[in-house]
Ligand binder design. Sequence first.
Ligand code: ATP
Ligand code: MG
Length: 318
Amino acid sequence: MSSERRIVIIGEILVEIMADTIGEGFNDPLPLTGPYPSGAPAIFADQVGKLRHSVGIISCVGDDDFGRLNQKRLEEDGVNISGIDVDKDRPTGTAFVRYRKNGSRDFVFNIKHSACGHLHLTPGAKKQIDEAEHLHVMGSSLSSQEFMDLNIKTATDIKARGGTVSFDPNIRKEILSTAGTAESMQAILGMTDLFLPSGDELTMLTQADEASTAVDELLGMGVRAIVHKHGAEGATYHDADGPISVPPFTVDEIDPTGAGDCFGGAFTTFWLRGEAPSDALKMAAAAGALAVTERGPMEGTSDLSQIHNFIRANAKAS
Ligand code: ATP
Ligand code: MG
């Protein structure tokens, strides 16, 4: 196994187009800004690529500008795009988003019937899967049986050759209603080394309802490390040695979308590199905080020097 553990991620690539104004839904003409590169697994991969760690995404885009802008961005940021196919018939996935007054979001998605809604296992994609030493699974990508099956098979194979698995349940109600998703999530969790839930997701797949008993249950089933994300409140790390918390960095939140993916991409990279959990946690929290200061889900990914400079500037400020 190489010293740098190659990461692979299988999932959706989209563009996001966002309403300029806060309000309910999209029932009247309104000003929009976009397209921005997006898709939770793509944002995660972009963050890993910016940290100059080996990462590839297995996905598909349409033969259109929305696809090309994603391929260009991911490649520029260091992501291996040889596992991204181009579908001549289906367009690149889209998400139109509008924030409501209470901070929640209205979405109009075109994912299932878009290019990335169908599995395209090209020779380039197969090669990357075969050579990967770490699989990251996004719950949002378990959107159909073929994606569930491929993620479970890839996790099984990677574990069999001594590799590792991280899992962000990223549970969205649209996905949970797909038949077999809950069972697939359980199967993935059973092979997970690093679990990255946010908020209530910590207890959504456990028997336990309380956070502390859920942590024990997860550690008991073989999960080695859990990072529980709390949005603007920071994050908590748990392993067999107990919890470590990191206070949140204070920033002006411009756009919260993508923070969890940037945090997860950064934490997973530092964890694979063998950084101390407290350092990995601090750097990932910086990546998450930096992410929310930019408009657009993938616009806030950051490289190592941006993360270090941000931590230094905040240490001075406090
Ligand atoms: P997503 O909506 O992308 O799925 P998530 O729920 O998985 O997000 P969050 O908890 O929102 O993840 O964010 C991940 C991490 O980023 C947090 O644990 C925190 O460290 C950092 N973060 C997020 N929002 C803020 C904020 N407003 N200020 C400072 N740090 C933040
Ligand atoms: Mg999330």
